[in-house]
Design a protein around this ligand. Structure first.
Ligand SMILES: Cc1ncc(COP(=O)(O)O)c(C=O)c1O
Length: 342
């Protein structure tokens, strides 16, 4: 018997009811396609309210596209992108960043999912040497693939390192809402104000349906983006149904409430799991993910009832994610099952 809600991924959650309502409300009459419509104007204005009126924002269908097209906008094929060795762009995008940008990705050993100025500086070499790729972008993920959150000073330091060297800071914000609420920051304080140049703004993991955005904090960088998006097959014809989702997410603090809830559920899960002596939490729980080392022979038994992913087979570490619709009951039932099983 499988439960209705699992802890596999915030992608496995449904669509937030307020978002579905917004889609339904927009489902009247005919509207011009490809973003030339009042719904899209309204959604762009919402982004401007949050991030400042001098931004450019473009909607796309998924996070991989947001990342790949962001990087494409910032690079030539002889450039390099410095990222963590566990970055989604490096591990989980099937080589799409390399294929579409032509750039080399330089993976750096991470510390709990993070890059540091010190680690990045080791990859910054060969500048001006025609035999070497030229580092152009530092790409970080916020919150990280390990469920940790860069502190504001850590992001600022990486931005300064990049800007001092004619480089850009890209943020994969698939879970930027979880990161921002974890530090009680606004979306702008958690991104633009720290020196991020281009943001992949995550919607799907926070309750949207196939809706992500690329936000440029310097309009000049967005110059050719509309062409890149179309060539990248990410221009929605019925754009209004993506746009209204963002409008709903960025209104009435929905982004914040949903992310706060998911993070609170992760902290509750952490607390319940810490009470189980045979299970060890392996990374600080700072957003909506809990990573735990579980006795190896218990993993398959747990998965018989709950679907989730093994993060490291070798270290017997698994990943449990919470989302806007996880309930306290879900957590307690799951933790009880874990305790019984191990
Ligand atoms: C850190 C991170 N970035 C980006 C993405 C976006 O991926 P997708 O292309 O599946 O929307 C994900 C999804 O799992 C992710 O975890």
């Amino acid at each position: 018997m499988k439960p209705v809600r699992s802890f596999a991924s915030d992608n496995n959650a449904g669509v937030h009811p307020e978002v579905l309502q917004a889609i339904s409300a927009a489902n009247v009459g005919h509207t011009v396609g490809y973003g030339d419509d009042a719904y899209t104007d309204a959604a762009v204005r919402k982004f401007q309210e949050h991030f400042g009126s001098d931004i450019e924002v473009f909607f796309v269908f998924n996070g991989t596209a947001a990342n790949v097209l962001s990087l494409k906008a910032l690079t030539e094929s002889y450039h390099a992108v410095i990222c963590s060795d566990f970055a989604h762009i490096y591990c989980d995008e099937c080589g799409a960043p390399e294929r579409f940008t032509g750039c080399k990705l330089i993976p750096i050993p991470n510390q709990n999912g993070k890059l540091t100025v010190e680690s990045v500086s080791h990859a910054y070499h060969g500048i001006g040497d025609q035999h070497h790729v030229q580092p152009r972008v530092i790409a970080i993920t916020q919150s990280t693939e390990m469920g940790t959150v860069y502190q504001p000073d850590e992001v600022k330091a990486l931005a300064k390192f990049a800007h001092d060297r004619d480089m850009f800071l890209h943020m994969d914000g698939a879970r930027i809402a979880n990161a921002a609420v974890s530090q009680a920051k606004t979306l702008r304080q958690a991104t633009r104000d720290l020196g991020v140049d281009v943001l992949s703004f995550g919607g799907t993991k926070n309750g949207l349906m196939g809706a992500e955005a690329v936000v440029f904090f310097d309009k000049k960088l967005a110059g050719n983006f509309q062409f890149l998006r179309k060539q990248g097959m990410q221009l929605a014809s019925k754009m209004r149904f993506i746009s209204v989702q963002f409008e709903a997410l960025l209104s009435n603090d929905l982004w914040q409430k949903s992310a706060q809830h998911a993070n609170r559920m992760a902290r509750l899960l952490e607390k319940e799991i810490r009470a189980i002596s045979k299970v060890k939490i392996v990374y600080p729980v700072e957003a909506n993910g809990v990573f735990a080392q579980v006795p190896h022979d218990a993993i398959a038994k747990l998965q018989e009832r709950y679907f989730f992913y093994v993060w490291s087979e070798e270290e017997s570490v698994v990943r449990w994610m919470c989302s806007f619709d996880t309930t306290e009951d879900d957590i307690r039932q799951f933790a009880k099952f874990v305790a019984e099983t191990v």
